[in-house]
Design a protein around this ligand. Sequence first.
Ligand SMILES: [Ca+2]
Length: 322
Amino acid sequence: MLDSLLAFREQRMLQRLSEAMRGAYPVHAPGTSPITKLVAMVVVISELLGALFFGYPQTPRGQAINLDEWELVWSDEFDGESLDISKWKSCYGNIPRRGGFWDDDQSFVQDGNLIIRTEYKENGRMGSGWYTGAIETKGLFEQQYGYFEVSCICPGGVGLWAAFWMMSDGVFATPDGTANDGGEIDIFESFFYNQGRSHDAISSAVHFDGYGDAHQSVLVGHYKGRNIYTEYNTYGLEWNENELIFYVNGVETDRLTGKWVPHVAEYLLLSVEVAGQVKNINGAEVPVLDPNNNIEDNDMSIFPLDFKVDYVRVYQRKDAIA
Ligand SMILES: [Ca+2]
């Protein structure tokens, strides 16, 4: 009954609350004193209640990824002079996107990082407005299952939406009620700058069966990073034939099973979107996506603002390769 009424995230909160009260979540180190255990339990339970009732982000408390079990099979360290076009291509070309424009000139390599730069341009190639960018590996690199990780610094401004995600054309195939034939896997999305307790958090989600009437999606959760606008954090996905397991800084946040798990190769995307309302883009009024998340609420002196990506690394399980 509860299962049918509650979203995935709420079900998970209740499950974890029950585990925390039994002392089973998080797992305590052997020999921890009773007082330490009690304090840890109170901290965990308060955080879960805040997440359940107020949507506050949680601290990742799951298993740690063990990279010794994985073989690096593809990566970009962004150490070259320019974007490696054998690995990346423009995502959809130069187009209007949400409250701004995706423009290929906004993505470039500098000092060992991929930079996706957001700025206001009076005389951009598509007119005046907010310019940012997106790149993808579609047709250049696609993989089914593995461990996928980005290390990055998110752009710290209101109304900016940086993401590391995966896609397959199967997302748009005839709806079958599952992600079997492809899903949009949002390994992380960052859109909580200056949003109270969520400020330093990211979101993970999965979508499938297109974006129309048959669309299904799940919010995996909101999870805390560590100074995500000034320090490098890693966001990872372990994808096997049974599960999608999400990680922040190498610690599991949550996992999905069943219909949410794709079983086709997918490609990678790195993008920034302007999530707020922007008026008069080529004469069109862009609708408000979130009145509390408007790029025009920023002090203009923070721009240009960069999404800095130190690396993207892709692994396969060693036992799957052997
Ligand atoms: Ca499907």
